[in-house]
Design a protein around this ligand. Structure first.
Ligand SMILES: [Zn+2]
Length: 418
């Protein structure tokens, strides 16, 4: 049996509709579960979280779900318009009137496409930031900063993304049938370069990083680093509070260029002992090799993606079936990037499951090198400050969440404490 373009179109539609149905079913299930549990704080948290705080978290979660549901209809329609609706092909007819060489034509194409998509995504980001985050008191962003961030993002995207894209197009057009292997090597090299450059050159474009102030917080953190034998290139506090009051901590860079970054909002909220416990958890991810495993996973997936794309390029029906009747390398790359999510959506729960397993392991590490009760109280404070729901729907959580639900995680930490 030969697979025709019409069959591919049907296949694509089935997958796309099934994905959208499952997504909206999970979202409504989660919304209903949160609403049903709105009037009672789960017993374990009753002494630390008030009913008012619990209800704020429920309302905030529900508001975010509703916005997501509305815009996902928009995204569904947009994907159909770009693909089967002929949008990608139409844009190609427009860009080919510029009379450029194949590679420059591809770069111009992706620049116009990127610009259109940025404009189309504006309503959602404006609404989320200035209506939802604002209503719940999290937004600290001014319209001026929002516009500045957008332009910086566009310029950075143009400098980094367009060069990478031009390189990929050159590889595809010049290196014969094994191009996909070189393309993958190029992308991987680029990703490592970004990983190295991010803490030094990119992140400082958006935020200020200051060395951590002397004091009890720093003493605790430094003694923990010594106990765990972790070397880093410095402890920094980032002025996250200029945009949002949500708190966090993370590592960036690799090798000797590792930095530990705390959001200023986190330092303000947590006691020195709690900051120590949170950092111990993050160090756990590093020491248990989760960071390197995720990196290897990412590189392996992109290897597979390039291999598949290499095969697909010799099969025009695939592109015709997705609404792109002209086989040009830049169109192939873009189409592949646009539709691959429809087919990889089904692996989401697997990735989430692995990630939750890592969270338990990092908590176990934290319990060994810091006080697990401090980690519990830090988690409770973060749930409270971020108005995160304590009662997500279990199915929803199993499908998407990279972290275990609060109650399960706290119970696990309590067994570690004893
Ligand atoms: Zn973690």
């Amino acid at each position: 049996m030969t697979i025709t373009a019409t069959m591919i179109t049907k296949f694509f539609l089935i997958f796309l509709v099934a994905k959208s149905l499952i997504e909206s079913w999970l979202e409504s299930k989660n919304k209903n579960h949160i609403i049903q549990n709105r009037n009672e704080v789960p017993p374990r948290f009753q002494s630390v979280i008030s009913l008012e705080e619990h209800q704020k978290a429920a309302d905030y979660s529900v508001a975010k779900i509703k916005v997501g549901q509305f815009f996902s209809i928009f995204d569904f329609a947009l994907l159909l318009l770009w693909t089967l609706g002929g949008g990608l092909a139409m844009l190609d007819r427009f860009v080919s009137t510029f009379g450029l060489s194949p590679i420059w034509e591809g770069v111009a194409y992706v620049a116009v496409f990127g610009l259109i998509n940025t404009l189309l995504s504006l309503p959602q980001s404006i609404y989320s930031t200035f209506v939802i985050e604002e209503r719940f008191g999290f937004n600290k962003m001014t319209p001026a900063l929002f516009v500045k961030d957008m332009f910086k993002g566009l310029i950075l995207g143009a400098i980094l993304g367009l060069h990478l894209f031009a390189g990929l197009l050159w590889v595809m057009q010049s290196l014969g049938s094994n191009w996909w292997l070189y393309g993958w090597a190029l992308l991987t090299g680029f990703q490592f370069l970004l990983l190295w450059a991010y803490p030094r050159f990119i992140a400082p474009l958006f935020n200020k990083f200051s060395p951590m102030d002397e004091g009890e917080h720093k003493d605790k953190v430094e003694s923990l680093l010594q106990r765990t034998g972790f070397t880093s290139n410095g402890l920094f506090v980032m002025d996250a509070s200029i945009r949002s009051s949500h708190g966090n901590a993370y590592f960036t860079g690799f090798g000797k260029n590792k930095r530990i970054v705390f959001f200023d909002t986190l330092i303000k909220t947590l006691s020195p002992g709690e900051v120590e416990a949170v950092l111990a958890h993050e160090l756990g991810h590093f020491k248990k090799k989760h960071v390197i495993k995720q990196l290897i996973k990412g590189v392996t997936f992109s290897f597979l993606a390039f291999f598949i794309l290499g095969k697909l390029l010799t099969w025009p029906e695939f592109f015709v079936g997705h609404g792109v009747p002209i086989l040009k390398t830049h169109l192939a790359l873009l189409l592949f990037a646009l539709v691959s999510g429809v087919y990889t959506f089904w692996t989401t729960p697997l990735g989430a499951m692995v990630s939750r397993k890592y969270e338990f392991e990092a908590d176990a590490f934290a319990a060994q090198y810091a006080n697990p009760n401090e980690l519990i109280s830090a988690l409770v404070k973060l749930y409270k400050e971020n108005a995160s729901t304590l009662t997500p729907d279990p199915t929803y959580s199993a499908y998407y969440h990279s972290h275990p639900p609060a109650l399960i995680r706290v119970k696990h930490l309590e067994t570690l404490a004893n």
